[in-house]
Design a protein around this ligand. Sequence first.
Ligand SMILES: Nc1ncnc2c1ncn2[C@@H]1O[C@H](COP(=O)(O)OP(=O)(O)O)[C@@H](O)[C@H]1O
Ligand SMILES: [Mg+2]
Ligand SMILES: [Zn+2]
Length: 553
Amino acid sequence: MYQVIARKYRPQSFSELIGQEHVQKTLTNAIQNQRIAHGYIFSGQRGTGKTTVARIVARCLNCIQGPTARPCGVCSSCVEISAGNSVDVIEIDAASNRGINEMREIRENVRYRPARDRYKIFIVDEAHQITKEAFNALLKTLEEPPEWVVFILCTTEAYEIPNTIASRCQHFSFRSVDFDEIVNRMKMISTEEGIEADEETLSVLAQAGEGSVRDSLSALDQAIACCGKVLRVDDIRALLGMFGTESLRAVAEAVHKQDGGRMLEIVQELERNGQSLQHFSRELSRYWRNLLVAKIAKKPSRLIPASDREQQDLLETASWFSEEDLTRYLNLTLDLYKTLQSSLQPRLHLELGLIKLVQAGKLQSIEEALAGLENSEPAQPAPARPVAAKPPDEHLTASTRVAAPRPPAFQAPPKSAPPAPPAPAGSGDLRQLLYDALIKAGSNFTADAVQHSEISLQGSDLVVRAPKAMLFSLKDASMQRAASEVLGKPVRVRVEAGENVSTAPVGAPVIAPGTNAAPDAGLRERALSHPGVKRFQELFEDAQVRTVRNLNE
Ligand SMILES: Nc1ncnc2c1ncn2[C@@H]1O[C@H](COP(=O)(O)OP(=O)(O)O)[C@@H](O)[C@H]1O
Ligand SMILES: [Mg+2]
Ligand SMILES: [Zn+2]
């Protein structure tokens, strides 16, 4: 009978285990020193060795040569434990035996000495599934355990084990296993099985497991079932629905080259190949994450699950961007992934999301701008990408950013709307986008009202403050639609009357609410003639000086 690889290659002793060094070491010492606890909790991600180690411990304790950290592997205890049919090692799946009756049964059973071996060992899988009452029954046993009893509770959800139980157990957390170690183990296994697979193929399979050895080995099984003894990386990628780094790299390249058109092509290709767009956005998030790690580490890192060649690629690609850029792209892509999970129009949202990446690439950080300000003489032209003041955008809160200049002024609206009055500073870009969307939708009145509003994002709400007379137009359904479209996700529009909403023409000083209505004129003049301020005004053409405040006051 065919046995799945994960089971066939279940480690039989500590030396075969990969990762989990801390668990190995502590348990080995405990066994050598005969300091065996009555209760253990093994917690951690699935497929990282909890059940495996529980069985190894059982062998260590019950091997005829034991207790020993190196069980013989050939005595009947060792053999039976591996096969899972030792009378004194009782495995319970708490997912199906979680009730009080089962626990009472265990409590009864515990009172009798082991049938043959030294210890009676209960391995409880999915222990978090045990009910509260059943845990209470178990607690009684753990409070006064007979000397021959050992409980090993395995769980992926350690926090669900009641404190009363946990405090009577030794706790080991199993970590997800390092990528390299999984690849090496798979190399060993495929040699053993006569499977031909190069490093890259194995690395793709290992990635599929996300740190779970079992999942990686299952992927290997699946690959063999599908492709036979010779595994080729392209087939495996297709099988697992993984994206070649090429399509991910193409996105990075398009961001780098500011090529929105290319983004649309990429989406088109994905759709044509019948690939899941949602899955793509997830892979893309991982890709930005890996680029960010590569950028920070500056060399191949074990924090990145990728082959050496891929690591080199990542380092090269990462060099196109700043750490800050990559953080931003990662953030945007994570948002995109979230949106796509519930989107009825995934293609549209993916397109929008990728275009947003291109736009985000046009931003220049305020740090860069300031650096330019310090180094260059005032008369020099602005650095490579001139900039204008940009309102904080929800994605950009982590760092202050300024945007490339927009076209000089709003285009005159096509129909009845009067030339757009300039906006109060601070909500420009978002408002412009909303305005454009509304004009496109033919909602001219609402568009006009938007021009007179102050717009901000507060949490997931879009808050629109406008003069009273315009509130009516803003409560229009088209506003809701435009807002969701512009932000690429459903948002709630909150319309508020704002008395201070300014529609002052460009250039007129606007006094921020709460400040002195007429700041000391001399102060303002001095501030405006300060070289730093002047330089800023050169850099940010549309910037207005709103308030001048004497910091010494
Ligand atoms: N740390 C590990 N070292 C080597 N193989 C492992 C490890 N963890 C899991 N495996 C492989 O995955 C399979 C399932 O592991 P298991 O111990 O049942 O995981 P779980 O943590 O879910 O209990 C094992 O049979 C083995 O092949
Ligand atoms: Mg298990
Ligand atoms: Zn033995």
